[in-house]
Design a protein around this ligand. Sequence first.
Ligand code: DGT
Ligand code: CA
Ligand code: CA
Ligand code: ZN
Length: 573
Amino acid sequence: MLDKFAIAKALREVGLLLEVKGENPFKVRAYESGARALEDLPGDLAAVVAAGRLTETRGIGEALAKKIAELHRTGRLALLEELRAELPPGVLDLLQIPDLGPKKIAALRAALGIAGVEDLKAACLSGRVRAVKGFGERSEQKILEGIRRWEARDARLLLSVALEGAEPLLAHLRASPQVQRADVAGSLRRWKETVGDLDLVAASDHPAALADHLAAHPPVAEVMARGEAGSRVRLASGLQVDLRVAPAAGYPALLHHLTGSKAHHVRLRGLARDRGYTLSEWGLVRLADGQPVPLGEEADVYRALGMQWVPPELREDQGEVEAALEGRLPEDLVRAEDVRGMVHCHTQYSDGRASIEEMALAAEAMGMEYLTITDHSPSAAYAGGVRLDRLERQWEEIERVQERVRVRLLRGTESDILEDGSLDYPDAVLERMDVVIASIHSRMKMGEEEMTRRLVRAMRLPLFKIWGHASGRLLGEREPYACRVEEVLDAIAASRAAVEVNGDPHRLDLEPRWIRLARERGIRFVVSTDAHAVAGLQNLRFAVATARRGWLRRAEVLNTLDAGGFARAVRPA
Ligand code: DGT
Ligand code: CA
Ligand code: CA
Ligand code: ZN
């Protein structure tokens, strides 16, 4: 059965396809507004459909209600399937190109058989578009420019890249005397692994001056729009930034609104209505007398609705609303300041750039009590895996450096999980380590059955190990390998093992939905950096954020223990 967001998406697609076909604009718009109404529909969709009460919602008429019911019941819509059969899939992308409306698309399709953006780009580059009636050299250039912008807009950025763009911007805004407060909102504040665009919020009585101030920031390449409520700019890096401005009294509601997620908000709006309020970016308003509830902080929104404050990382409608209403949202989610040791760090012995001492001093400067030195094992030859003779030398060096630093150095390895599920290095060597991380770096394309068996076997080995970058995904580059994760988690729960939350911004692995399934099994975690240089130690914040998105509490994270406690908890033998 489809949920309301999936149904809304299908309705939008119908609207767009009808638009390309040149249908009556009112009909086209009905699908878009119907989709929006559906997304904001409070309560249980199944009940509303069953009771035939869809049409009670403004924006949903008789005809649309039928289609929603059909989608809800069958997961399909005959009309949508007809339209898809009639039009090539790429035309939806064409509609997204600025200045390219349905009429022009129809003309280009008829004259050149353009079926998608790639076709259109090629046609522009080879000068075929200018030959079509109604187009010219100038419009060809404009279309190419539009395609370039569309391509840039389509790309989602890594969390870390977005954060790098956001931090100086935020500092720039906060430096303005006309700004009382400013914060990051949107997916970045929720620490999502990728970010579509940056949302910033500022409290100020001078929105126009603030728009100028933002435009004067050197990384801003283009001002795309500006008005009383804020402005939208594009940075030279391609990152799009939405700045929204409100007077101080309206700031908490605006920050809350723009933090999202949309799904979380839909739930809160429903709750607000049940309690006699409306909640929007403009504030929380009592329906009875139209009076706004004064909000000093974002937390006041939740207080007024009779629920716990929900940390931004949890605002995804994944059960946090129910938990906050019942007061069972954990108050002790792991925080960066809880972490007492750096786990999963590489040095020059394998593919790291820093020496043992440099890593140690950097960890010490960050206030860490211990650091695990976990270079690659011999099988990872491409990454300079440490062979036995060099391992002896590394251990000697660790001993020497230990005399000069306060931070406790633990000797370990990131041992390859070999094809058959055994670990690299002989057992006798592994047993002499302080800590063993076990990761897959080879034969990642094996089938689900074989991969699951390989991992279950590795996790069941008697020595304690930490499953490293568990899913193997590289964001935007490599999908997780095929594997029945829950079966591996079952094996971990029954053996001596823990799971890593890897803070490398390309990985952020294990991802939150799997973390939650592991938690349910009582599995323990580490938050790690996978640092290959001193700078990589800063990955800790991404690991912590990802752990929080998976609802991990401090007590579930082994490297919140002191050095002695941690060493006892992870001792291999
Ligand atoms: P992104 O940019 O794709 O990584 O994800 P977000 O969550 O930053 O989304 P964005 O930038 O489109 O909008 C920022 C927030 O504004 C979003 O998290 C919630 C709110 N918002 C935007 N559009 C809607 C909407 O149509 N309905 C509701 N309820 N909230 C919205
Ligand atoms: Ca955003
Ligand atoms: Ca936005
Ligand atoms: Zn690795």
